[in-house]
Every structure is written in C-alpha cells, then in structure tokens.
Design a protein around this ligand. Structure first.
Ligand SMILES: NC(=O)c1ccc[n+]([C@@H]2O[C@H](COP(=O)([O-])OP(=O)(O)OC[C@H]3O[C@@H](n4cnc5c(N)ncnc54)[C@H](OP(=O)(O)O)[C@@H]3O)[C@@H](O)[C@H]2O)c1
Length: 306
C-alpha cells in the first residue's frame, strides 16, 4: 500500500492505521526534521520524493494494491506557482492512477476538496453541485485533478474513489485547530458574513475509518463522495465551546473577504461510507486537550504542579 502526503494531517493517521496490518510506503518530501523517523516509528517505509518530479510509471514500489493519494500543493505553495500546482494536483495525480493499472490493484483514493464547489448560499453542498473557486489556484487545480483522475481511471480501468474533503480536525490540526490556536492566543477569528458559518468537521478517528473504507469501495468509473462529519455545527458554536474550555471569549469578526462556509450534504456519504461516530463536542475537547493541555480547564496540565 502507498499513502502519499504521509507526513500530513490526513495522510499520517491513515498510514499509521494501515501499517498495523499491512506493508505501507509513505511518500513525502519529508521537509521537517524527524519526518522519516516518525514514519519508521509507526512501521511505515518512507519514500522520500517530490510529487512534482516523480515518474510514477517507474518509481512506485512493485505490487501495490491500494494508494491513498493525499499529497498535494497546498496553502502558500499552491499560490506561489500555479503551473507547478496544476502539475502536482492534477497531471501527476492522473499519472499515479495510470501507474496503478496493474494486476491485483484494488483501490485508489484521490483527495479532492469541498473547496472545489461553487457557493450555493445557506444550503448543504451535494456531489452534483457545480464546481467553483473557494481558494483560488488550489480550488482550480483540484477541479482539474478530479477530471484528470476520472479520465485516467476509466481509460486504464483503475478503481478510484474521489473524496471531497471538508474540514478535518484532531491532534494533527485542521481548520478548527487553527481557530482554537487563535482563541488561545487572544486573536480574532475571521468568518464570512453569511452567519451562521455551517460546517461538518470530521474528527481523526472518523476520517481514518472513512479513509480506509474509501479505499475499499473504489470503482470504475470513480465513486465521488463528500467526506465530512455526519453532524453540522457552525464555526460560531464550536468556537464558543472551545472558548468555554479555556475560559476565553472568542472574538469573531465578520469579513466579506473571508472564505465562504463549506457545508456538505452527507447523504451520499452515509450510503457508501457510513455515518461518522465522534460527536462534535467530544472531538473538539479531545483536539483541545491534545493541542493545548496547559490551557484546557479540568485537565491535569492546566491545574499546574501539585
Ligand atoms: N485537512 C483538510 O481539512 C483538507 C480539506 C480539503 C482537502 N484536503 C486534501 O487532503 C489532502 C491532505 O491534506 P492535509 O490537510 O493532510 O495537508 P498537509 O497536512 O499540508 O499535508 C500535505 C502532505 O503532502 C506532502 N507534500 C506536499 N507537497 C509535496 C510534494 N511536492 N511532493 C511530495 N509530497 C508533498 C507533505 O509533506 P512534505 O511537505 O514533507 O513533502 C505532507 O505530507 C490534500 O490533497 C488536500 O488537498 C484536506
């Protein structure tokens, strides 16, 4: 099995879980000190490579049965060079799928995003809603990536699931964790004026389960499915709860320039992947305790030395 983006927020916990029972290769540039050791510590074999330069036809390990493709140009890197972003997020994703047209290959997951939908106002986004540009070049490259991956899957007969990821969170981070960091630091939270800003955040335990399930249900033509929590909660409500945990009132500022809320419809996900299990308050508390144990009221670290 191969997980790309294996050091990242989504890829790492999934690679770690798969490596309990399977041989797993973890691809990333491993830019941070300790990345390779962290993979090895969890039984994952590092494959240090740049997705922009990789030749999937010749450089992938032999005998792969599954690929979870989470590696991508994101954030500042995605904005810095749009041609490279399209190469990594779209063209190379198609080459990876094509390279999996081998005997015994069972499932490929392409990580797309809820940021590839056009805003529909205050209603949940369905898989047949039109594409749109939520986050500039990044969104455009993922829309292109879905098309290239779909073409390669059908052309080469490779079973694929395209997951449209909405707001993961947990000890590894995610948008709710970024907002929590700002609450703890006393910084303002910027939200879109179309309040409440509804989301369905998905906690680590659930996204690991749903990631593995997505590998199992892959098909030709690809299964396309939102990947999110089953519960809807507004950023206003979860920030208020996170604020209560640390005794700080969040400072929310409404800004028309803030990205619009991406609110998924989980109906199709419930049919193909099932429901998620972690209630949002439990997930938020666990995330808060993992990231700022010193600040969360009621934890041993927050009580100070006894
Ligand atoms: N987390 C979310 O809420 C969310 C939402 C929507 C979509 N997604 C999608 O989910 C996937 C994973 O996102 P994430 O949140 O886990 O991102 P992340 O934490 O930033 O991780 C990105 C991973 O990709 C690797 N990577 C980046 N550029 C690379 C390159 N040129 N060559 C090889 N590896 C590269 C990174 O390692 P190195 O930097 O060491 O190479 C890292 O392992 C992405 O495809 C993203 O578009 C995530």
């Amino acid at each position: 099995m191969l997980v790309t983006g294996a050091t990242g927020r989504v890829g790492f916990p999934i690679a770690r879980e798969l490596a309990r029972d399977h041989e797993v290769f973890g691809l990333a540039r491993c830019r941070n000190e300790g990345d390779e050791a962290r993979l090895r510590d969890h039984g994952i074999t590092p494959l240090v490579a740049d997705l922009g330069e990789l030749d999937p036809a010749t450089q992938l390990p032999d005998g792969l049965t599954h690929v979870f493709h989470a590696g991508a140009a994101l954030h500042q890197e995605a904005r810095a060079n749009w041609q490279r972003t399209f190469r990594i997020n779209a063209e190379q994703s198609g080459r990876l799928v094509a390279a999996c047209a081998t005997d015994g290959f069972e499932g490929f997951v392409y990580c797309s995003t809820g940021s590839a939908y056009e805003y529909q106002g205050a209603r949940p986004l369905r898989e047949d809603d039109p594409p749109g540009v939520h986050l500039g070049t990044y969104s455009l490259s993922k829309i292109a990536g879905e098309a290239v991956v779909r073409f390669a899957a059908v052309e080469h007969g490779v079973p694929v699931t395209i997951i449209k990821i909405f707001s993961t969170y947990g000890p590894e981070g995610g948008a709710p964790a970024d907002r929590f960091d700002r609450i703890v630091a006393g910084k303002e939270i910027r939200l879109h004026p179309d309040a409440p800003n509804r989301y369905n955040p998905i906690y680590e335990d659930d996204y690991v389960r749903h990631g593995i399930r997505a590998l199992e249900v892959a098909d030709v033509p690809p299964v396309v499915v939102n990947w999110c929590g089953s519960e809807t909660v507004s950023a206003e409500d979860y920030c208020a709860y996170l604020g209560e945990l640390v005794g700080i009132e969040p400072r929310i500022v409404y800004d028309p320039e803030a990205p619009w809320p991406i609110w998924p419809d989980p109906t199709h996900m419930h049919e193909v992947l099932g429901r998620t299990q972690v209630p949002w308050r439990d997930g938020m508390r666990r995330m808060a305790e993992a990231r700022h144990p010193e600040a969360v009221k009621g934890t041993d670290s927050a009580k100070g030395p006894s």
